[in-house]
Structures are given as structure tokens and as C-alpha cells.
Design a protein around this ligand. Structure first.
Ligand SMILES: *Cc1c(COP(=O)(O)O)cnc(C)c1O
Length: 439
């Protein structure tokens, strides 16, 4: 924790700090928001980089269809449906506008948003190694990487990552299927079933009694001591970020096919759960490229882990952690249990994210139970955080003139692989809280 005078100085300079430290759900709209045409230049990555990532995923589609038959129906393209949520909209009393849900909770292979960035980075690394070794010709379809000979070749290489759970699942399952030696360094928040699942895929899981930042550091160290090891750097990786960003053009096509208009007169508000920031940051980058100023992105974090809000609000980015201001980083939203944000994402996206909100664990349980009751979708606590961003937007003066024709899209980020018993306990907890009317 920072010394008391340093905290007092922060509170004086940044009035929201007091509420943040008191763990009160709050929202903050970014006064530095700028037009996409200007602010996209901050990112240091371009539409061409996203197009390159998209083309790479297309080259790998035949491989994925072969290695993961569950992706066969979509021809090896890992994508999730987007669905309207009339029942949930009525239950939450959201008006005007229309509420939709992006079901990344149901992405194949790892059942979370991490199937975008995590799998992309592993595929890109595999492609690079196979090209260098002459096992693959440039531009060729990658399904030949599924052969035993290529798997044996990848077995000379290792991949390591630090994770609160879902990134580990994506990286671990993908790496092991390609033949890599995969190690996942898991923070204390990681659920037991995620560790068990990884071990069943032949992944080495190293457990830590500490939080995410320590697990990431351990992965970084492992890779530094082993020249054959690639470290997936959740805090800084451009490849992860680009893998997530491909979602933007995909959503644009999905909305066009569904007859949902997004333009200056029909704004799109997208609500993204935020942990370290790579997932929501990358998706938001792709959305800004696809929809420009017609899309407004809002990040939502647990009241106990508001690292991105803290970093962007104070301008200190990765130089401050929630623990340093006395917040414990303990939350039921294990995918969001991150105390120190990605400085890369915080800076790159500083003028592109409209706002930030925080949500209590109790509210997450109520939201997941309400979603289950009204629409039958079962998401994990982290994955419903986006719903908590809607009320602050509806109340914000700057949006009032636009709300009539608005689409609200909650990015549902995980849950389809949660074991039945665990999911039943989540839903029961939410129903109990709802019945208690304890709001
Ligand atoms: C990882 C994760 C997020 C947030 O992604 P970050 O890149 O950590 O910000 C959101 N929801 C779920 C379910 C996740 O696993």
C-alpha cells in the first residue's frame, strides 16, 4: 500500500478515488474521448494489422476444423452468435433502445473471449516456426500442421502464460493440440475445474497462492530462462490484441445480416468486462475501426478490481495497482481479478473508450440469475459485468439525444464450459440475492 500522504494527495487530485476505495459501484466518463479518425492514431496498430490477423485466421481455419471438430460447422472460424435480449431488457427496465448480447461465452475450444486473442497468438507463433523450418509455404492452408511429424517438431518448443484461468485454457488447449510443451501459471483465483481441464489436455499447470501479476511474472521468467519458450504476455502483447480486434469486422457483418443499423443516427453502445484490458481493449479497437464514432465502448470492472479505471483515471496506468490504494483484488469474477492494468492498452485506447463503471459481486450474481431466468443463457460472474454499464450510460447527459435509436450490446465473455454443478451454485446464489430484494 502507498504511504497515507500519497493516497491523500491522490484523493485530493482525483475526487472519485474516495468512492473507489470505499468499493462503491461508480462510473466515470472519459473527458479525453476524441473522434476515432484522430484517436485511432494513438494505438500504434492499424486496420492493415487487423486485416492481416483476419487473413491468418482464415488460413488456419482448415487446420482448426480438423484439429477441433466442434469448429467444423463454421468451417474452422471461431465466432459467436449475437442475439437480441428482449426478456432481459424488460427485466432490467432498459428503455429506450434495444438490448443485444454477444455470446463469446459460447466460443468453441475454450468457452470464453480468450478463444479470440489467445488462440490467435499461438497460431501466429506456430506459423512463424513452421515457415522458418520450411514445413509450411507462405500463404498455404495450414491444415497440414495437424500431422504427427509437425506435432513432433512443435514438441521442441514451449509456450508459457500467466492467467486467472480463461487465458490459460485457451493458450494451453491450443498449444497442446499443436504439439507444444505448454505451461500455464495460474493465480489463486483460478477455478479448480480449469486446472483439471488443462491437465487433462497434457498442459503443465503451476499454481500460485498469489494474484495474477505474480503468475504472469513467473511465466515471463520461465521464458527468459528457456530460448525455446514463447511467453504470451497478457499485459503487453500486440498479437493478443489483434486477435481480439478481428471481432469488430465480424460483428459488423453479423449486425448487417440481422438488419441492425449502426450509424450516426443509430449509435451502438458496447459494454465490455475488463480484467487486464487486452480482451476488451482489442475488441474495442476492432469496433472503432469497424463503426468509427457511431460506437461507444464502456468497460466494466469489479468494485474490488477496478485496475483499468484507476490507471486511466489517474494517468498512472501500470504504475499503480488497486492494492496500492488498499483495495484487495478479491472478487467472484475470477476472469477480472486483476490488480494492475495493461499500460499498453490504457495508453493506446485512452481517447477511444467512452467510460468505465464498477460492479459489486452481489450484482454480478443477480445479473447472471436474471439472464438465466429471462433468456436461458448461463454465463459466469465475470461475463455478465457488461450489464452494469448500461444504467450509467442511460443517465449520462451527453447521450440523451441519441438514446431513442440506440443499440446496447453486452459482451458476454465466458461461461459455457463451467461445470454444471458450479453453474447451478452461481445461479442459486443470484436467485437468493434477488429474492432477498437486497439491491
Ligand atoms: C479475461 C476475461 C475478461 C477480460 O479480459 P482482459 O483481457 O483480462 O481484460 C472478461 N471476461 C472473462 C470471462 C474473461 O475470462
Amino acid at each position: 500500500m502507498l504511504p497515507t500522504p500519497a493516497i491523500a494527495a491522490l484523493c485530493e487530485k482525483f475526487p472519485l478515488m474516495t468512492e473507489l476505495m470505499a468499493l462503491q459501484p461508480l462510473s466515470w466518463f472519459n473527458p479525453a474521448i476524441a473522434p476515432a479518425a484522430v484517436a485511432l492514431r494513438d494505438v500504434g496498430l492499424t486496420a492493415d494489422d487487423v486485416a492481416d490477423a483476419s487473413a491468418r485466421l482464415a488460413r488456419f481455419a482448415p487446420y482448426l476444423a480438423k484439429a477441433f471438430p466442434e469448429t467444423g460447422a463454421s468451417g474452422g472460424i471461431i465466432e459467436s452468435p449475437v442475439v437480441p435480449l428482449p426478456g432481459m431488457q424488460a427485466a432490467l427496465g432498459i428503455a429506450p433502445g434495444k438490448l443485444w448480447l454477444k455470446l463469446d461465452s459460447h466460443l468453441p475450444i475454450s468457452g470464453s473471449i480468450k478463444a479470440r486473442g489467445g488462440i490467435y497468438e499461438v497460431l501466429k507463433h506456430a506459423e512463424m516456426l513452421a515457415l522458418d523450418a520450411g514445413l509450411l509455404q507462405p500463404g498455404a492452408d495450414c491444415s497440414l500442421l495437424a500431422s504427427d511429424a509437425v506435432r513432433a517438431f512443435f514438441g521442441q518448443y514451449a509456450i508459457a502464460v500467466g492467467s486467472t484461468g480463461n487465458l490459460g485454457l485457451s493458450i494451453g488447449i491450443m498449444s497442446a493440440r499443436l504439439g507444444f510443451r505448454a505451461t500455464v501459471h495460474m493465480s489463486a483465483d483460478a477455478r479448480q475445474w480449469k486446472k483439471d481441464k488443462l491437465r487433462s489436455h497434457g498442459v503443465t499447470v503451476v499454481e500460485y497462492a498469489t494474484d495474477y501479476s505474480v503468475a504472469v511474472e513467473a511465466g515471463r521468467e520461465q521464458a527468459q530462462n528457456d530460448p525455446t519458450c514463447h511467453f504470451v504476455d497478457d499485459e503487453n502483447s500486440h498479437d493478443l490484441f489483434l486477435g481480439y480486434a478481428v471481432a469488430g469486422e465480424r460483428l459488423k457483418r453479423q449486425f448487417a445480416a440481422a438488419g441492425v443499423t449502426v450509424d450516426a443516427g443509430h449509435p451502438l453502445f458496447v459494454y465490455l468486462p475488463c480484467g487486464v484490458g487486452g480482451g476488451p481493449g482489442g475488441v474495442a479497437f476492432g469496433l472503432k475501426l469497424a463503426f468509427g464514432d457511431a460506437v461507444h465502448c464502456v468497460f466494466v470492472e469489479p468494485t474490488h478490481s477496478p485496475c483499468m479505471l484507476l490507471g486511466v483515471y489517474t494517468g498512472l496506468h501500470e504504475r499503480i495497482s488497486v492494492q496500492e490504494i488498499g483495495i484487495d483484488n478479491l472478487t467472484a469474477a475470477d476472469g477480472l481479478a486483476v490488480g494492475r492494468p495493461s499500460g499498453f492498452v490504457g495508453r493506446a485506447m485512452q481517447r477511444l473508450i467512452d467510460g468505465y463503471a464498477t460492479v459489486s459481486d452481489e450484482e454480478l450474481y443477480r445479473l447472471l440469475a436474471t439472464l438465466e431466468q429471462t433468456q436461458g443463457f448461463r454465463l459466469e460472474p465475470s461475463a455478465v459485468a457488461g450489464f452494469a454499464g448500461i444504467a450509467p450510460v442511460l443517465a449520462a447527459p451527453q447521450y440523451q439525444a441519441q438514446l431513442e435509436m440506440a443499440t446496447h450490446l453486452v459482451w458476454g465473455t465466458g461461461g459455457s464450459m463451467v461445470p454444471e454443478q458450479e453453474m447451478a451454485a452461481y445461479v442459486a446464489r443470484g436467485r437468493t440475492l434477488l429474492a432477498a430484494g437486497d439491491v
